[in-house]
Design a protein around this ligand. Structure first.
Ligand code: DGP
Ligand code: NA
Ligand code: NA
Length: 210
């Protein structure tokens, strides 16, 4: 695992999972840990609501606007593409990027609505490939019990069940699946172990390329 050394590439570490699976707290813990080890690291998240596209997404998620399912799918993807060159620059100069949600959310959430999965994957092809995908695995019912969902569009048990099903068809060799119902310290221990294995992952592929 590299980071902070401008001669070696950083790593793209993606955290995925249902809403309320604990991604956000694990990613901030991971950031602190990697920085403590002397790495250059940053914590990102998608959607990035700070851009113009991100604001359209945010408005859609909070039900302030309605958009066709295909249209919002492409906006989520565009939101990743607009960060692509900055991601590449950061990685090239040795920064480790910890990213909360990525292309897998893109495909899982849209195919859960019934959109064709191959159509959903297409706009993701060519984005920087993750070195490691950590999937925080939680049953939708358990996630729903965690302090309740907010008011956003997708935070409903029935829909999250469909998303969980779609995620299951997406995992590949870059995924490390961690049981997110364990005590938080055990999740963290498994996450640290996964990071330790990260440098062994030399097979990097653009997401979803056959
Ligand atoms: P978050 O900020 O992580 O809570 O994400 C907001 C919501 O949007 C969440 O329910 C997951 C969903 N989401 C994240 N990325 C995508 C995407 O690329 N496509 C779709 N359709 N939904 C996404
Ligand atoms: Na959310
Ligand atoms: Na996100």
């Amino acid at each position: 695992l590299n980071g902070g050394n401008s001669e070696s590439r950083g790593a793209l570490i993606v955290l995925e999972g249902l809403d309320r699976s604990g991604k956000t707290s694990q990613s901030s813990r991971l950031l602190t840990y990697l920085e403590g080890l002397g790495h250059s690291a940053e914590s990102w998240r998608f959607p990035d609501r700070s851009t113009n596209v991100g604001q359209m997404i945010s408005s859609y998620l909070s039900n302030k606007s309605q958009l066709d399912d295909h249209t919002i799918h492409l906006l989520f993807s565009a939101n990743r593409w607009e960060k692509r060159s900055l991601m590449e620059t950061k990685l090239k100069t040795g920064t480790i990027l910890i990213v909360d949600r990525y292309s897998y959310s893109g495909v899982a959430f849209s195919s859960a609505k019934g959109l064709d999965i191959e159509w959903c994957k297409a706009p993701e092809i060519g984005l920087p490939a993750p070195d490691l995908v950590v999937f925080l695995d939680i049953q939708p019912e358990k996630a729903a019990e965690r302090g309740g969902y907010g008011a956003e569009r997708y935070e409903q048990l029935e829909f999250q069940r469909k998303v969980a099903h779609c995620y299951q068809s997406l995992h590949d060799a870059s995924w490390k699946i961690i049981d997110a119902c364990q005590p938080i310290e055990d999740i963290w221990k498994h996450l640290q172990e996964s990071i330790g294995l990260c440098h062994d992952m030399s097979e990097r592929q653009t997401p979803f390329l056959p």
